[in-house]
Design a protein around this ligand. Structure first.
Ligand code: GTP
Length: 495
């Protein structure tokens, strides 16, 4: 069962319970059985599910609930808390500090996505101003070093490895020493993948850990390994001091329930999830927003964080906001909007955080990203005059031919881009006359934005997907109720 389906099943079970006129023992049992079935189908370990059911029944004593109490909310609260408890081992993992050298060792089964994840982890920190480095101590799989080298080069991250040396301990030690001398503050050691049965490889992993003394050992787990997750994770925990888990391949046919089992087996938190093969398809994992998403309440804080990554750019451009409020929308502004959009990553990643995400139309991310890049290439061939004008008549036929030639695209494609500009101009013209929030209101971005402010920071494509201003207002209403609930559950709605 894919995670979205699990979320759908749980929220449907809760909805059915809400529809009942009276919530009695029978209705509660039906709801819990439905949730139990969904969790088991998602490969959550049987014992965990059974314990959860018992705990909820203990908390929700229907007879004790005085009349007038909102039973639905209390039950939802109990389910939310129990799911959070499953995913929260109760202690945070070691967090590396910027500027202070830390060694992080990655372990996991063969093919779990370890090497890819090492690079994603390095790239994520590099973007935040760290100085990461990668060490390939995987001498077991031929091609592992080449793969790491290729990934590292693409992300411009220094790497260390050897084609000749067969002793992984030696490579790991040399690599760590080299990068410590180079003042790298996040030294990532990739180890060979192994199967649970391979005692020799486990011994090798133990030796690498002993020699490099990692500050943190991260267990990388493929989310589709199903019920095997608990045993696998436990086997790794027994051989290395696993302190955190990263669950990969949460896109596609992921059976997300394995994540819950891995946490239980390693008593370590999930810190990131992998959501695709690309370098930036990697998300910080937070328990409450994740469970909130599972229960169909959306992930308000994750959504705002994503938007916030883009806002500093807007914050530095008060003139842009000024222009938009004057109703001036130029090709240059469109270019900047596209840049923001690309920076935010795939749109589906963002919309998946919203309540009712499974109901939203699915766009073709890859295709639309390629289209945006194509449009930007064409705009790169435009003059400043063309980019800053609002007069579309300025771009005459001969200019269109020049732009097409300059960008290596077809005349038809340039015309299509200009059509898109005209379409967006119409959307943005509705912004005319809007009050611009003071700079202090925007930085850091107020989490209590209103719909109009939200429109300012959202790229037009996103606005369209959300159903325009009406859709956004509706969304904010839902967010409001989700936030109320999160607040009730211990303040998870706002971080
Ligand atoms: N869809 C998807 N694919 C992923 C993700 N993470 C990794 N992969 C893919 O999974 C495959 C295996 O990844 P690797 O990084 O080579 O796995 P590994 O664990 O290092 O493999 P060994 O070195 O053999 O242990 C590759 O094709 C990756 O592109 C993810 O989050 N989503």
């Amino acid at each position: 069962m894919v995670l979205a389906e699990l979320g759908g099943s749980i929220s449907r079970a809760l909805q059915q319970m809400s529809n009942a006129t009276v919530i009695d023992e029978k209705v509660l049992n039906e709801c819990l059985n439905e949730i139990t079935r969904a969790l088991l189908q998602s490969d959550v370990q049987f014992k965990l599910v059974r314990d959860m059911q018992t705990n909820i029944k203990k908390i929700v004593n229907l007879d004790d609930l005085a009349a007038g109490h909102n039973k639905r909310k209390i039950i939802q609260h109990a389910i939310f808390n129990e799911l959070c408890k499953m995913l929260d081992p109760g202690k945070p993992s070691f967090t590396p500090k910027k500027g202070k050298p830390s060694v992080v060792m990655f372990v996991g089964l063969q093919g779990s996505g370890k090497t890819t994840t090492c690079t994603k982890y390095a790239y994520y920190h590099q973007k935040k101003g760290w100085k990461p480095a990668l060490v390939c101590a995987d001498t077991f799989r031929a091609g592992a070093f080449d793969q790491l080298k290729q990934n590292a080069t693409k992300a411009k991250i220094p790497f260390y490895g050897s084609y000749m040396e067969s002793d992984p301990v030696k490579i790991a030690v040399e690599g760590v020493e080299t990068f410590k001398k180079e003042n790298c503050d996040l030294i990532i050691v990739d180890t060979s993948g192994r199967h649970k049965q391979e005692a020799a490889l486990f011994e090798e992993m133990r030796q690498v850990a002993e020699a490099t003394k990692p500050d943190l050992v991260i267990f990388v787990m493929d989310s589709s390994i199903g019920q095997a997750a608990f045993d696998q994770a436990q086997a790794f925990k027994q051989s290395a001091a696993v302190g955190a888990v990263i669950v990969t391949k949460m896109d596609g046919h992921a059976k997300g329930g394995g994540a819950l089992s891995a946490v239980a087996a390693t008593k370590s938190p999930v810190i990131f999830i992998g959501t695709g093969e690309h370098m930036d398809e990697f998300e910080v994992f937070d328990v409450k927003p994740f469970v909130s998403r599972l229960l169909g309440m959306g992930d308000w804080s994750g959504f705002m964080d994503k938007i916030q990554e883009v806002v500093p750019k807007l914050d530095n451009q008060p003139e842009l906001l000024q222009k938009l409020s004057e109703g001036t929308f130029t090709l240059r502004i469109m270019y900047e909007q596209f840049q923001n959009l690309l920076q935010m990553g795939p749109l589906s990643q963002l919309t998946s955080m919203l309540p009712g995400a499974d109901l939203m139309p699915k766009g073709n991310d890859k295709e639309s990203q390629a289209k945006i890049k194509r449009y930007m290439t064409m705009m790169d061939s435009m003059t400043n005059e063309e980019l800053d004008s609002t007069n579309t008549k300025l771009i005459t036929e001969s200019r269109i031919v020049r732009i097409a030639r300059g960008s290596g695209r077809l005349v038809r494609e340039v015309m299509e881009m200009l059509e898109e500009y005209k379409r967006l101009t119409k959307i943005w013209s509705k912004m005319k006359g809007l009050k611009i929030p003071k700079k202090t209101d925007m930085s850091p971005l107020s989490r209590n934005m209103n719909a109009q402010q939200m429109m300012k920071v959202l790229p037009p494509q996103m606005m369209k997907q959300l159903g325009g201003m009406g859709g956004i207002q509706n969304l904010m209403k839902q967010m409001g109720s989700a936030k109320d609930m999160m607040g009730m559950f211990g303040g998870g709605g706002d971080k």
